[in-house]
Design a protein around this ligand. Structure first.
Ligand SMILES: Nc1ncnc2c1ncn2[C@@H]1O[C@H](COP(=O)(O)OP(=O)(O)OP(=O)(O)O)[C@@H](O)[C@H]1O
Ligand SMILES: [Mg+2]
Length: 507
């Protein structure tokens, strides 16, 4: 890519960027939230036309006017937010738009040739080590498998250059290892990979080269083996970044959230949360560590009022809030940074300013006599944009047009501003750059220092260990142990997370 410039109105998202990628390499793109990584890749995939600049593939200048041309040229893209159809099966998703049909029965009806498609998908999945269940519906499979479906979709269309936009942000540490192996097997067989990630460790582990982008401009392309993680972080944000969290002694107060023996069912009506009990105190950050799929999502949905609680109590500030409405729970003092920011955290078609008041639109100063006061709403948003460094600084822009990391900052700004007694933070730094992570961590610690309680759920053990005062381990829908931070390390947590503390019988 040579001299790629992409403007949105007056805003320059890509400023004359050069990017050279060689066949068979894994090339990482690194940059802060909103730096322009996704935009650059959307240009390569034909989703955006560049304002200026040219793209060459195998030395030939190509005009990629739309994704169909990109696919024809051997480019495949797995997006930051998946684009699968929930109710379709794995195979149906992979062949969507490319179905071959066969005649069936005596009438002239045409059917999709699912059988041969399934066979083809199975072959591809074997060849590259991308394990999937071809007949499973998307809504029943793990996020990790959904991602493999997305990769297969691209390979099915003949992709030689595969763009992966933050593929590991949604994965558990185990799944990340698997993906790295898959990437290696792909490049061994001649594929080329461009990967966007905020995780410096992964870049060091998997990538050959790394191009750093800051505020739309290319800073450099470096050979990964020549640089340290600290070098990368500094090039990316333009200053030194602290990886450790500064915390003073905890001042633990009384119990504010008391969860007693709750049982919650999953979509298949099986008990996902099984007689779980947990106490959260004022002035502490309680981390919940666990392997994905051990009931974390159902637990969070249950206590925030989004999923019925079959039995048990959730006492918040002395009052049982189990099975009341999300609005009631919020008003009683519990706010939520949800796991899925696009589905549960934002209304993508609303402006940033509107998203900032989703919970308070009916209160003064944002409305009076059922009329919104746009001046106050905009002013409120401007303040938060400034304070939380949301880019670009435009409260009128729709939430959907923000970069992934900045969408997350909008949610965090809104929830923290409510100053809840209990803040639930589910994967709060997913998809954030290292500078932004530092910033979010600071705010979570600030809540705690103000004697509020924070319940942190994260797949990142580093994050749990860095932030938490106590750590609860969830396994099979139960809290199997609660450790003081000083008694916990990665090894011990890993053992408990794998069910190590549970009798074999109970497993
Ligand atoms: N369709 C659009 N209209 C207006 N502005 C846009 C649009 N798409 C992207 N932008 C802006 O361009 C900038 C770059 O966004 P981009 O999504 O490329 O960032 P990114 O580097 O991928 O960030 P992240 O790490 O948070 O995903 C952002 O400021 C974003 O708000
Ligand atoms: Mg992005």
């Amino acid at each position: 890519m040579k001299g790629i410039t992409k403007k949105f109105g007056d805003f320059v998202a890509n400023d004359s960027i050069d990017l050279t990628v060689h066949k068979g390499e894994i090339h990482a793109l690194l940059g802060e939230n909103g730096a322009g990584k996704t935009t650059l890749m959307n240009v390569l995939y034909g989703l955006y036309l560049p304002t200026e600049g040219d793209v060459f593939i195998n030395g030939e200048r190509v005009e990629i006017k739309n994704p169909n041309i990109a696919i024809e040229k051997g480019i495949g893209m797995v997006h930051q937010h998946f684009m699968l159809i929930d109710k379709f099966t794995v195979v149906e998703n992979i062949i969507l738009g490319m179905e071959t049909t066969i005649k069936k029965g005596s009438f002239d009806t045409k059917c999709i040739d699912i059988e041969s498609a399934t066979k083809e998908v199975e072959e591809l999945s074997k060849k590259y080590g991308l394990h999937v269940d071809p007949n499973a519906k998307i809504h029943d499979i793990s996020v990790g498998m959904q991602q493999r479906v997305e990769i297969l979709k691209a390979l099915y269309r003949g992709a030689d250059i595969l763009i992966l936009d933050e593929p590991t942000a949604v994965l558990t540490p185990q799944e990340v290892e698997e993906l790295i192996q898959i990437m290696e097997s792909l490049t061994e067989q001649g594929k080329t990979i461009i990967i966007i990630t905020h995780k410096l460790k992964e870049i060091k582990q998997a990538a050959d080269y790394c191009t750093i982008i800051r505020r739309g401009k290319k800073i450099d392309t470096v050979k990964v083996s020549d640089v340290t993680e600290e070098d990368l972080a500094e090039m990316m944000v333009g200053r030194q970044v602290s990886f450790a969290v500064d915390k003073k002694e905890m001042n633990r107060g009384e119990v504010v959230l008391d969860i007693n023996n709750i049982v919650i069912k999953d979509n298949r009506k099986l008990n996902a949360v099984n007689d779980l009990s947990l106490q959260l105190h004022k002035g502490e950050i309680l981390g919940i560590a666990g392997v994905d799929g051990n009931g974390q999502s159902e637990f969070l949905e249950g206590i925030t009022g989004l999923r019925p609680i079959e039995s048990g109590k959730v006492i918040l500030n002395g009052e049982d809030i189990a099975n009341t409405t999300p609005r009631n729970i919020m008003e009683k003092g519990m706010c939520n940074i949800p796991e899925d920011r696009q589905k549960r955290g934002l209304i993508l078609d609303f402006s940033v300013a509107e998203n900032m008041i989703l919970e308070n639109y009916d209160k003064e100063p944002f409305s009076k006599n059922r009329r919104l006061n746009h001046k106050n709403i905009d002013e409120h948003a401007k303040k938060l944009i400034e304070k939380f460094d949301i880019r670009p600084q435009n409260e009128k822009q729709t939430a959907g047009s923000l970069s992934g990391g900045n969408q997350q900052k909008v949610i965090i700004a809104r929830e923290i501003t409510n100053d809840p007694d209990v803040l639930i933070a589910a994967q709060p730094t997913r998809g954030l750059d290292v500078g932004a992570i530092e910033f979010v961590h600071k705010y979570l610690v600030e809540q705690r220092d103000n004697e509020k309680a924070v319940l942190l759920v994260s797949f990142e053990l580093d994050e749990i260990l860095n932030l938490s005062d106590r750590i609860a381990v969830i396994y099979n829908g139960k809290i199997v142990d609660v450790l003081d931070r000083k008694d916990a390390d990665e090894k011990k947590l890993g053992y408990l997370m794998a069910g190590g503390g549970v009798d074999d019988e109970k497993k």
